[in-house]
Ligand binder design. Structure first.
Ligand code: GLU
Length: 468
């Protein structure tokens, strides 16, 4: 049974990188009729952000990557929040101590700081100097009974090669002398990520762990812990960091990481997922545009590539435009209505879509093009006051039209322009500005048809009536 998970920390708004991993986790679980789990890694109490957990679930729903097991969905392997599993980690830490794989460390902050400084001066990598590893059993007992503050550290074997396996990159060998005696349990009884992730992935029966490449350097610690416990490991897939075209890591300072930003801009979830799927994976036929379902059918995690994927926002915009053009009309309408807000007439929105679909890259492009359908313009991009005579004639001609359709409207106006001997471009520009307020708008005749005769005549009437 395939079981995958994301393990986000609720330290802010959902990150696009979390969705990237969720896509592969979700996809692989669905492909294999397995389960996709959300576990909340909230052991770093200082960085918690209120409401962040809720936002993670909302984002997953928005993308259609809803999990099978989590705190909100329930499941047989809970609790799904690490802060509610402290007893489990504490007893596992004690088990490691008992079996000689971990030890108490009583070093004060000041001492650790000294060690850090000394090592920095000696140009050595920052690591704990293993001072407490050498304490005698009596010393340890004495310090424990005197109530000294302590943490639990793992006992990394010395002078050995630790071989880890990443299913994307293959085997990676670490010199154990460069691996720190990692703190597993902090003095407040909370685990560190390293202990918690191993214990939870095991107890939650995770078979495939997809996570960011920033965790590769931690895998030797995790592999050791699996061996210490005598547990089978899940397969690890470290996805490459997303980078901007300038090769900087996608971050708050370089690009947009916050899922909410993509929502506000009117990117479609389908398009974002399609684009993310191409980061480190490619369609066997080289296709660029494909559905989530097609992706899931083809996905093999082991075919992911260890490239440095470029997340190019302009490419995503292009792809989003393609989705807007190809989306089934009803679906585009409902996404638009959700985006612009419920107080716009849905029927009217639906009618306008064919006029602007080609011009939109993001949903945010809709209103600047279409606001005139919903409200009469209050300002005009060019001065129309010298054209009042023409508008009087336009109004007369349009008023005579019984068949209020784009084509007869256009024809009647062409005939009138000719009769008045006004250049077409000038004539239609004036009409366009009177109707829409703008020099650039969706196709005018079709827009007038949608607005209706009465509204169009009123708009022209307003120009005629305006002073001076
Ligand atoms: N809490 C870690 C993170 O947010 C999880 C890493 C993992 O998936 O193991 O990056």
């Amino acid at each position: 049974m395939v079981r995958t998970r994301i393990a986000p920390s609720p330290t802010g708004f959902p990150h696009i990188g979390t969705i990237y991993q969720a896509l592969f986790d979700y996809g692989y679980a669905k492909k294999n009729a397995g389960q996709f789990i959300v576990r909340i890694e909230d052991t770093d109490r200082l960085r918690l952000v209120a409401g962040a957990e809720e936002k993670i679930y909302q984002s997953l729903d928005w993308f259609g990557l809803t999990e099978d097991e989590s705190r909100r969905k329930g499941g047989d392997y809970g609790p799904y929040r690490q802060s509610e599993r402290l007893k489990i980690y504490q007893s596992r830490a004690l088990e490691l101590i008992k079996n000689g794989y971990a030890y108490y460390c009583f070093c004060s902050k000041e001492r650790l700081e000294e060690v850090r400084k000394r090592r920095a001066q000696e140009k050595k990598i920052p690591m704990y100097d293993k001072y407490c590893r050498a304490l005698s059993a009596e010393d340890v007992q004495e310090k424990l009974s005197s109530g000294l503050t302590r943490v639990v550290r793992m006992k990394v074997p010395e002078n050995t090669a630790i071989k880890v396996r990443d299913e994307i990159r293959g085997e990676i060998v670490f010199d154990s002398n460069t691996v720190d005696d990692q703190v597993l349990l902090k003095s407040d009884g909370f685990p560190t990520y390293h202990l918690a992730v191993v214990v939870d992935d095991h107890l939650m029966k995770i078979t495939h762990a997809v996570r960011g490449e920033e965790w590769i350097s931690s895998t030797p610690k995790h592999f050791l812990l699996y061996d210490f416990f005598g547990w089978e490991r899940p397969l690890f897939f470290h996805t490459s960091l997303l980078r901007n075209p300038d090769r900087y890591k996608l971050s708050k300072r370089h690009g947009h990481t916050n899922v909410a930003w993509y929502q506000e801009q009117g990117f479609l979830p389908e398009a974002i997922l399609n684009y993310l799927a191409l980061m480190g994976w490619s369609h066997p036929q080289g296709k660029e545009i494909f559905s989530k379902e097609e992706f899931i059918g083809l996905l093999e995690l082991k075919n992911m590539k260890a490239v440095a994927p470029v997340f190019d926002i302009h490419k995503l915009e292009w792809m989003n435009g393609e989705y807007i053009r190809n989306l089934e009309a009803g679906s585009l309408k409902s996404q638009l209505v959700r985006f612009i807000g419920k107080n716009y007439d849905e029927k009217l929105v639906e009618k306008t879509i064919p006029l602007v679909r080609e011009r939109m890259k993001k949903l945010v492009d809709y209103m600047p093009l279409c606001s005139f359908f919903f409200e009469t313009p209050t300002g005009y991009e060019i001065d129309l006051s010298a054209k009042k005579d023409i508008f009087v004639k336009m109004k007369e001609e349009l008023n005579k039209l019984n068949d209020w359709k784009a084509e007869p409207i256009g024809e009647a106006m062409l005939v009138l322009a000719k009769r008045l001997n006004v250049k077409n471009s000038e004539f239609f520009m004036s009409l366009r500005v009177a109707i829409t307020g703008k020099k650039i708008s969706p196709p005018l005749n079709e827009s007038m048809e949608i607005l209706g005769k009465k509204d169009c005549l009123t708009r022209i009437g307003r120009v005629i009536a305006a002073g001076p």
